[in-house]
Design a protein around this ligand. Structure first.
Ligand code: PLP
Ligand code: COI
Length: 351
């Protein structure tokens, strides 16, 4: 379709939304990008206006969970340009998932084209610089077929929709915004299952534990390793971090999603801030010895944890100024407010 054209009714070139007070909710935007793979060949359908999808009833994504998704953000920089954060790394993670689910990979160039086109087509919905909000992108991948057997599909859809969002955990980041998590006895992924890829089934398994945690007044569930229930794994939608002495520690586990935010924070910590970092198993008991805890992800950004409860055991933590340093360094790079020595920002072509 032709390049989208917008005509504005007021002075602002942005949609009439209260960007500074958005939650993490879906707002339907005008365009989404789609490509289809048949016979091993991806064909671009381009920008579509309809948010609804017409899928064969036997589709593997509907019955057997042959589905993947990514979460990414695009920000308006101080220079007015739009920037995505590390889109090639999201593309690589989706490709890893596709290999595991036995479908064709979405080529990196196609993935990034989808990100660029979906963001640019919805330009009035990319929150302004300084609003604290961002455009959340949801690239996803579906196995679709006329089928009933338990086997991979012959046809695939790759789609990217967008929605402007505010903080994932209500209140966002700040010294008075510590969150509280309940250690759950349930698992979101099996020890050698799909925890390391972003498959939708992992999230279906998290509904029950998350519901239980929220019913008891917690912000989310905290998962232990599914093999021994001894080591900290992650939160439902974010990786775990702790500060122990002068070291930033984070779990090493096959059932944890390899978070791009975590990788970025580890690099910022070691290369920009000069901290020591460790990726290793963290026994739950080690919470007795750590100074501060947090979790991180695209949606969660960096969220510090005030309280962790496991049955009748409870750990409480104070805000640590180092979280502020880490948070500001990351967000500075993402939003174009700071230099990007790692080359993580990807400019979205707007014309
Ligand atoms: N862990 C889980 C289970 C997630 O859903 C997410 C979100 O994508 C993360 C961690 C954080 O990953 P990333 O930083 O790549 O968004
Ligand atoms: C993200 O951080 O992008 C996620 O995918 C988390 C989510 C399930 C909302």
């Amino acid at each position: 379709m032709a390049k989208p054209r917008y005509y504005f009714t007021g002075e602002s070139q942005k949609a009439d939304l209260d960007f500074a007070n958005l939650g993490f909710d879906y707002i339907r935007c005008p365009y989404r990008f789609e490509a289809v793979c048949e016979h091993g060949v991806w064909r671009v359908r381009g920008l579509l206006e309809d948010s609804a999808m017409n899928l064969p009833e036997g589709s593997q994504c509907l019955h057997y969970g042959q589905q993947l998704f990514e979460g990414m953000k695009v920000y308006t920089g101080a220079d007015g340009k739009a920037y995505a954060f590390r889109p090639y790394d999201n593309a690589r993670r989706m490709a890893e998932g596709a290999r595991y689910l036995k479908g064709p990979e979405v080529p990196e160039e196609l993935f990034v084209r989808g990100v660029e086109e979906a963001a640019a087509a919805n330009l009035p919905f990319i929150p302004p610089h300084g609003s604290g909000a961002s455009l959340y992108l949801r690239p996803f991948y579906l196995g679709v077929d006329d089928n009933v057997g338990v086997k991979p599909a012959r046809r695939y859809i790759f789609r990217v929709f967008v929605t402007p969002v505010g903080p994932y955990f209500k209140g966002g980041f700040g010294p008075d915004q510590g969150k509280s998590f309940m250690v759950t006895s349930f698992d979101r992924a099996a020890p050698r299952g799909t925890g390391h890829v972003k498959a939708g089934g992992n999230y279906a398994s998290s509904f029950h534990p998350c519901f239980e945690a929220k019913k008891k007044g917690f912000d989310e569930a905290l998962y232990l390793d599914p093999a021994e229930h001894k080591y900290i794994d992650e939160i439902g939608a974010a990786n775990f971090l702790a500060l122990k002495g002068d070291t930033l520690i984070t779990p090493d586990s096959h059932s944890v999603l390899p978070s791009l935010t975590r990788m970025s924070l580890l690099e910022i910590a070691s290369q920009l801030l000069g901290w020591s970092t460790e990726e290793r198993q963290i026994p739950l008991e080690e919470l007795d010895e750590v100074d501060a805890t947090a979790c991180c992800g695209t949606a969660a950004i960096l969220t510090w944890i005030r309280r962790i409860v496991d049955g009748d055991r409870e750990w409480t933590f104070e805000f640590d100024d180092r979280w502020q340093q880490l948070h500001d360094s990351l967000v500075g790079i993402q939003t174009g407010a700071a230099d990007d020595p790692f080359g993580w920002r990807h400019e979205i072509p707007l014309d």
